[in-house]
Ligand binder design. Structure first.
Ligand SMILES: *Cc1c(COP(=O)(O)O)cnc(C)c1O
Length: 428
């Protein structure tokens, strides 16, 4: 690995951008070393400013599910750009992508487009509060719903009382309305509901957690949440920013056969441009301005370039039902291969996987929630990360992230990766 240009660019960036990055995880703080500066990417490969070629398992943190610079998306954006890049007026393409999304995702009648996953989750919670007339929300430790104030609450001293802000700038007033629960622990959720009768507007959850590594829901957890929500007049929000249009056409709702009340999207839905969205049935969505009382807006929402990219992406996913099977098969192949070489090298590990989301944890305790995810050996992870990077394989620079598998990966790429893991495992 050569880091010459990336190092110089990073030093320059640090002078004018806090920490040299516009989103913290990019700074490699979790693994140490110099962040790579991307130059270009095509299909499954990323090329950095020093000319290193890497197999990419981050894929812009999810959006590039069909590979980088996917031709139909690139063409759609280029064509649109020639006709003007923003109008602040309704455009036909917004309806086209909305119709397609509504047809692909179960249980939604209307969808509103925003500019990021953060905005989608933030707006979904406001809508849930407006609709139910209640203030409090339940979120799960280790789940990420973007950086808006209500969600920046960490586990702290347990999930039974008020949350504690984990970022300065989040007020106690905001924190007290966010109740923290333990992922996969239904009794914990029941206790919180019992302790806050008629106060909880919604439960927001990643239906497959992807921001503490990949943590699947267990023991019918989502179904039990659905029942609890129905019994207590609470809205169930699926944050499908990561899982939407990835685990299936209709996301986790389709995969698990469970209906959420509000669904949030981001990442894949924008095809690599800044897009988020939230959706629900009419009864709930009609609560939004301009027809309802809950305010939500955006100067660049529904931007034509973003909609063109998203529409091209959704059309591709909708046209080829085999994509999700292929992704599943490729990820299962990788899972099996890594499983074998880590075992052969006597490494202590756990692999979690759902569909095309997969993560490797360096601990043998099953990873089912934030506490067990945090038990992984971070020193081993750092060596693993840098070892793979040296072999030309780029995984997320943090033990708390999922690998995002793209359909552009070939079985040769997967074999190359498994072989790289084998080499690195010998050094751990
Ligand atoms: C990435 C992510 C978000 C935030 O989306 P941004 O576009 O980064 O604001 C929210 N929820 C989940 C589950 C995510 O993975």
């Amino acid at each position: 690995m050569i880091y010459k240009r990336s190092s110089a660019l990073f030093a320059e960036a640090e002078q004018v951008i806090p920490g040299g990055v516009n989103s913290p995880v990019r700074a490699f703080k979790g693994v140490g070393g110099t962040p790579l500066f991307a130059k270009e990417a095509k299909g499954a490969y990323l090329y950095d400013e020093d000319g290193n070629k890497l197999i990419d398992y981050i894929n812009s943190w999810g959006p590039m599910i069909l590979g980088h610079a996917y031709q139909p998306v690139v063409d759609a954006v280029v064509e649109k750009a020639k006709k003007g890049t923003s109008f602040g007026m309704p455009t036909e393409i917004e309806t086209q992508i909305a119709e397609l999304a509504v047809s692909m995702v179960p249980n939604i009648d209307k969808i509103r487009f925003v500019n990021s996953g953060t905005e989608a989750c933030m707006s979904a919670v406001r809508l849930a509060r407006g609709f139910t007339g209640k203030d409090k929300i339940i979120k799960f430790a280790g789940c990420y719903h973007g950086h808006s104030d209500s969600f920046l609450i960490q586990a702290g001293s347990g999930a039974s009382t008020f949350g504690t802000p984990n970022s300065p700038g989040v007020t106690q007033g905001t924190a007290k309305d966010t109740l923290l629960a333990t992922y996969n622990d239904i009794d914990n959720v029941k206790e919180l509901i019992a302790a806050n009768p008629n106060e909880i507007a919604c439960i927001i959850i990643e239906p497959v957690a992807g921001n503490m590594g990949c943590v699947p829901p267990q023991n019918d957890f989502l179904n039990k949440l659905r029942v609890l929500c129905d019994e207590n007049n609470i809205l169930l929000i699926f944050d499908e920013v990561m899982t939407g249009f990835r685990l299936a056409k209709g996301g986790a709702q389709e995969l698990f056969g469970i209906k959420a009340d509000i669904v949030c999207f981001g990442k894949v839905i924008g095809g690599g441009l800044p897009v988020g969205a939230f959706a629900a049935r009419n009864e709930i969505m009609n609560y939004l301005a301009p027809i309802g009382p809950v305010y939500q807006a955006g100067t660049l929402s529904g931007n034509p370039l973003a909609m063109a990219a998203g529409l091209a992406m959704l059309r591709a996913l909708n046209a080829d039902p085999e994509i999700f099977t292929r992704l599943e098969e490729k990820t299962a192949y990788l899972h099996k291969g890594i499983d074998k070489v880590l075992t052969d090298n006597n490494i202590t590990y756990t692999i979690n996987r759902v569909g095309s989301m997969i993560s490797v944890h360096f601990d043998e305790t099953p990873v089912v929630d934030f506490t067990t995810a945090a038990k992984g050996n971070n020193e081993t992870f750092k060596k693993f990360f840098h070892g793979l990077l040296n072999e030309g394989v780029y995984i997320a620079p943090s033990a708390f992230e999922t690998w995002f598998i793209t359909d552009a990966l070939t079985y040769e790429d997967l074999d190359f990766t498994i072989n790289a893991v084998n080499k690195v495992a010998k050094t751990l």
